[in-house]
Design a protein around this ligand. Sequence first.
Ligand SMILES: Nc1ncnc2c1ncn2[C@@H]1O[C@H](COP(=O)(O)OP(=O)(O)O)[C@@H](O)[C@H]1O
Ligand SMILES: [Mg+2]
Length: 248
Amino acid sequence: MGLKVSQQIERIPTGIEGLDTNLHGGLPQGSITLVSGTPGTGKTIVCFQYIFTGLKQNEKCLYLASDERVGNLLRQAKELGFDFQPYIDQGLLTFKYLDLDRGDIHRDIEEDIRTGGYHRVVLDSLTPVSEMPVWMVNKGNEIIPSKDTFATSSFPLGSSEATRIHVRRLMSILSNDMTTTLVTSEIPEGSRTLSRDSVSEFLADGILILDLDTTMDRRKLTVRKMRGTRHSLKPRDIQIGFGGIKLL
Ligand SMILES: Nc1ncnc2c1ncn2[C@@H]1O[C@H](COP(=O)(O)OP(=O)(O)O)[C@@H](O)[C@H]1O
Ligand SMILES: [Mg+2]
């Protein structure tokens, strides 16, 4: 016990050296960080590294996958030196494929987050989830896949209003004091927004941006925003290889 007057936010290391230094130890505990970038910029690899870092510290982790099948992800991870299988066998890590054609994924995720006691959660990727056609029923209290229902809806399928409510609901389900979350978001080539849904960037506590400079054959990582943290905004050169991402 004793008098502990420290107001400091608990930090959750990402495992990416240099990034953690820039963030004074890591992501704020309980925060949601958007990992944003065009295809192939390393978003999934950031997630692998983040989860693996937690597992090595014996933390319970959940990986929600929506755009790639679990078997595929596990193979890619292993190739980079992240062997998740022993942790899955041991019950420390859960990999879950979100089947967007089936049922109420909000309820699915909510149940997992509420009862799982996870320290680290990844949603990779938010994009197909946010683009899933939905109907809002009961004044938006329920969100259901559009093709399975004839229910009257408050918003037309795929409207920006529906997307906004849908994404806001997801972010609120993911937000939990004990859980520190990474959400990947695909941005179209050449886009100036930070996410394709253009809502999640306002709801996230932090934003990491991954970039490719193909002519220079260079990759970059930028901390664009991080709640409660003084950090450099400078894009840093990174390299992808065995062990994941390294700042150069
Ligand atoms: N073993 C590896 N060694 C070096 N680079 C790799 C390796 N595996 C993947 N990459 C690079 O990472 C990219 C994929 O990263 P990924 O995190 O899947 O991208 P995103 O999720 O942003 O689409 C590949 O296109 C490739 O350039
Ligand atoms: Mg990916």
